[in-house]
Design a protein around this ligand. Sequence first.
Ligand SMILES: *Cc1c(COP(=O)(O)O)cnc(C)c1O
Length: 383
Amino acid sequence: MMNVPATAHVDLAAISHNVGVLREKAAGAEVMAIVKADGYGHGIIQAARAALAGGASRLGVATLAEALTVRRAGVDAPLLCWLHGAGEPFDEAVAADVDLAASSVHVVEDIAAAAARAGRTARLHLKIDTGLSRAGATLEDWPSVVDAALRAQAEGCVQVVGIWSHMACADEPGHPSIAAQLRTFDEAVEFAEKAGVRPEVRHIANSAATLTIPEARYDLVRPGIAVYGLSPIPSHPASDGREDHNFGLRPAMTLTGRLIVTKRVAPGTGVSYGHRYTTDRETTLGVVPLGYADGIPRGGTNLLEVWAAGRRRRIAGTVCMDQFVIDVGDDEIHAGDQVILFGPGDRGEPTAQDWADLLGTISYEIVTRIGARVPRAYEGSPA
Ligand SMILES: *Cc1c(COP(=O)(O)O)cnc(C)c1O
């Protein structure tokens, strides 16, 4: 029997479905599916294609390297890349027709210079910091950034196609920063438009804002986590009966492993490094071949649950680099049996959100950290 020890199954139909849900919520605004961090762990190219099939019209990534990965795979949809400083190698991205963010005069000038060398026009999205205090020009610096961009545009090196920002607390409905950021955004857009900028798209909404803040949608929304079927607001209540607490999204990733060893052991048997778990009766142990190198948090020691032999089972003892142990009592398990670590939850298995709740983190961290060693298996054709 050929058993792959561990697999992250990715349901591409779920990704397409989720983009459909987001499109409906976006109510006419374009959907830019965010596929940074290897598509939140789901696979950047497969996620990109499934999102486009589901109705996304653009893609977004953080780094220049990610943008080039998308282009080299032959995906030619409009693509925005935003995480770079001055002095970075923009030439290849400009040549590959990647939209580039700019928050400073230096970056505008470097991108314009790269475009001039390539004999092309670079597409710029100017970023205003409306209150997250990460990248983005401050309101004070905004006029000089707009001015630099318009000068480069007059020279034919760049075209300002977007004005954008990013929200700090969109996942906390009613947070006062939400209205304050939107006001600042409106002010920045108005200033730029008066100065002569004619953006194709104004955008600020992440998943949480797309799903819950209609006035944040503008011309385009930039959902990430919701594309993968995980809720940006896990505490969100079912509202109108049509919408479950997960906004109708379907988790796309199911992580499974096959038991490589099972064994009967005596009461009082210490399990895994440090013997942080000791059996309290004669029992059956099973070894799951996934560990913290694969993204199973070591903090999940004696804490996280997985689905095995028809029930949830807590991890018994320390999560090791490559494996962990479960204790199934007198239930029957065999080497080769499949364990579901997390998934959509339909079969009773934990969800990535359940793991996040126990660990005091967010589902984003669970799925993006599933390591490169875990093979991805793609299922379900995109819509
Ligand atoms: C990651 C990211 C997003 C997507 O955020 P989600 O909360 O996953 O929807 C959108 N825009 C920017 C700039 C980001 O960094």
